[in-house]
Design a binder for this molecule. Structure first.
Ligand code: SAH
Length: 471
């Protein structure tokens, strides 16, 4: 960032605009939103500027530019091409920020595009790189912000004192303002419904001051790509006081969480002891009992190999309210990412999600049933046990040519896809050094029929191909 954004107090400060034409007029119109003392230095004035001058809204110094005219100014605009240089030098000598219209080299500040809902103001800048992008963003933000937003902020500032007297600082006060600006109180205000506004305001004040236990939201974060979060998950992350998250949750997702939420990483670490489930439950209970809104953020979906049920039961035992926000589970997210339909006519009528690992090693399944033709399944946590799994399936009579797709770090930038047959699964994983979280699909074929993808090695226990390497 080369240009540092800030909001400058121009109340009763002098601002000089050199030039009296169209460009000067544009700057004057902007500055008239403030209470600056606007001095226009120019031998002649545009008629709209003359009107402002007649109304006493600007001061016209009908002379040629001279450096001392800038003395004591807070800001200077040069809106006369011929004078840019002289004005920039004079402003520089006096340490006054200067903007020479359309001349970045001579300017020390730039004026952002703004969306004005005074006192709420959004400033947008692209450091001159992409004006069209800037304009597009501006019109989107314009459309997003209700016209009466500024009045809402005004109204809030009048309430601030009485809210501070009634609601203790911290979570409760913040939760009140969140309800004020983003809930039904705001809706009533913007709809001009004074009676509902007053009623909801009072109800919210009573609500946030009554003693409360916190609550826990079990939130699915999806397989990794932040864009695969649900809107609800995103809102919960914005509202959380505390986020208890799996270590595997990537920075891209945590980035979307409220800045001052406390983050507690739990779960698997490669080289250290991982907290036990009972310890995680204890953290959730402790934080909720302190009156906080806890988000328990889990990879994929909380109810799919995520122990969501156990956490929910432990919290319910303590009378703590819990809600669950589903996420895109790895089997779904990774399949979409690599183009692998989970059901296809003529191929499979069902798909089983199963885990390869259990607390005491290889998870037991009905291998004979899974080995039958036409079966399809997605194996979670199966990398370490892959050799045993394929041995069980081969013993149970599965066709060794049954297609297998392995997706490692699915939906993330370092995603890898490997295709092989069940007979060559273990070898494929070993040769490719699969280490990230990976899901193994058995019995599915890719949607596209390119020869490239469909040539599965048919030999028993040999051969593999890497279709897409990590980028
Ligand atoms: N609740 C999660 C699963 C947790 S178990 C869900 O619904 O997805 C952890 C296993 O999920 C990993 O061992 C792996 O098999 C799978 N997994 C999670 N994220 C993955 C990803 N981005 N790519 C591939 N597999 C993933």
């Amino acid at each position: 960032m080369r240009y540092f954004p800030l909001f400058l107090d121009l109340d009763n400060r002098k601002v000089v605009i050199v030039g009296g034409g169209e460009e000067a007029l544009r700057k004057v119109r902007l500055l008239l939103k403030t209470k600056a003392r606007i001095n226009v230095v120019a031998p002649a004035l545009h008629e709209e500027l003359a009107a402002y001058r007649n109304d006493g809204r600007i001061v016209w110094l009908a002379k040629s530019f001279a450096a001392p005219l800038l003395d004591d100014a807070a800001l200077v605009y040069s809106a006369d091409d011929d004078l840019h240089h002289d004005v920039a030098v004079a402003a520089g000598d006096r340490g006054i920020p200067v903007n020479a219209v359309d001349d970045a080299a001579l300017s020390t500040f730039i004026t952002p595009s703004i969306v004005d809902r005074d006192p709420v103001v959004v400033a947008i800048g692209t450091e001159g790189t992409s004006p069209v992008l800037g304009m597009g963003l501006r019109s989107r933000i314009e459309a997003l912000l209700p016209q009466a937003l500024g009045s809402l902020a005004e109204a809030a500032s009048h309430l601030r004192q009485s809210v501070a007297e009634r609601v203790p600082q911290g979570n409760r006060r913040r939760s009140f303002w969140q309800r004020y600006f983003f809930g039904s109180i705001r809706d009533s205000f913007l709809a001009g419904d004074a009676r509902s506004y007053t009623r909801e305001l009072e109800a919210a004040l009573i609500d946030v001051t009554s003693p409360s236990v916190g609550r826990v939201s079990l939130v699915g974060a999806g397989p990794g790509d932040p864009e695969l979060l649900t809107l609800k998950a995103q809102r919960k992350l914005q509202e959380a006081d505390v986020i208890v998250h799996d270590r595997l949750i990537g920075p891209g997702i945590l980035e979307l969480a409220r800045r001052d939420a406390i983050r507690i990483p739990v779960g698997k670490t490669p080289f250290a002891a991982s907290p036990k489930q009972s310890e995680i439950n204890a953290i959730l209970i402790r934080e909720a009992k302190a009156g906080r809104h806890v988000v328990r953020l889990k990879g994929g979906d909380p109810y799919v190999f995520g122990r969501g049920g156990e956490e929910q039961a432990a919290l319910a035992d303590q009378g703590i309210p819990v809600d669950v926000v589903p996420g895109i589970t790895a089997a779904l997210g990774c399949a979409a990412s690599v183009g692998l339909p989970l059901t296809q006519r003529g191929q499979n009528r069902s798909i089983t999600l199963l885990t390869g690992a259990s607390e005491d090693g290889l998870a037991q399944h009905d291998w004979a049933a899974l080995a039958k033709p036409g079966q399809a399944f997605a194996i979670y946590m199966g990398v370490n046990a892959a050799g045993d799994i394929s041995a069980e399936l081969l013993d149970a009579g599965i066709d060794h040519r049954t297609p297998v797709t392995v997706v490692e770090n699915g939906t993330l930038a370092n995603e890898r896809v490997m295709m092989c047959s069940i007979g060559s699964l273990w070898e494929t994983l070993a040769l490719n050094g699969v280490e990230g979280p990976a899901i193994i699909y058995v019995g599915l074929k890719p949607a596209t029929t390119s020869a490239d993808i469909l040539t599965f090695p048919a030999r028993e226990a040999t051969g593999h191909q890497v279709l897409r390497a990590a980028s």
